[in-house]
Design a protein around this ligand. Structure first.
Ligand code: HEC
Length: 147
């Protein structure tokens, strides 16, 4: 009985470790952490789009704030030299860290506007801020992310 329990526990541990190891094709440490934040932002953005369709503006506020709080700390998650495989971070981030920080700031401003517009239930402002948010995700990727 005890032995059987031990086997089960080991299996659970192994499967947890395995899932951790294969996430993001082997990314670890700070690279994996930032990838997780970006993934979460991407999921939040999709949820926001659905809430816009349903005109459920109140639900947008925490999602937009969550993206904004990631933007505010994003530059700290890019220490010099942290662009080793499988990272898609461009070396441009470190040759122009000011520009990279400004791109994060732009995305932050767009998501803060989105949260405000959603709080006011202003449909047009929500749509405009959503577009600005998506555009500022894209424009940073164009310059600072390798494809
Ligand atoms: C200031 C620049 C910048 C902004 C703004 C930005 N990103 Fe990124 N994003 C990056 C960089 C750089 C990477 C690559 C990170 C790496 O691989 O080390 C990345 C990676 C990603 C990834 C891939 C994560 C993975 O698992 O490999 C997703 C998804 C993503 N971003 C979504 C978004 C979304 C959605 C937004 C807007 C809400 C956004 N990003 C805003 C720079 C940015």
């Amino acid at each position: 009985m005890v032995q059987k329990l031990r086997v089960v526990t080991t299996l659970i541990l192994v499967s947890v470790t395995y899932v951790g190891a294969v996430a993001h094709s082997g990314a670890t440490g700070i690279v994996k952490e930032r990838m997780d934040y970006f993934k979460a932002s991407s999921i939040n953005l999709k949820k926001i789009r659905a809430h816009i369709s349903n005109e459920n503006y109140a639900s947008i506020v925490p999602l937009a704030n969550s993206i904004a709080s990631w933007n505010a700390k994003m530059p700290e998650y890019f220490p010099a030299g942290s662009n080793k495989n499988p990272s898609e971070a461009s070396p441009k981030i470190w040759s122009d860290f000011k520009g990279f920080t400004a791109a994060a700031q732009l995305n932050w401003e767009a998501t803060i506007s989105l949260a405000k517009a959603a709080k006011n239930g202003d449909r047009n402002a929500v749509i405009n801020a959503f577009k600005a948010t998506a555009a500022s995700c894209k424009s940073c990727h164009k310059t600072y992310r390798l494809k």
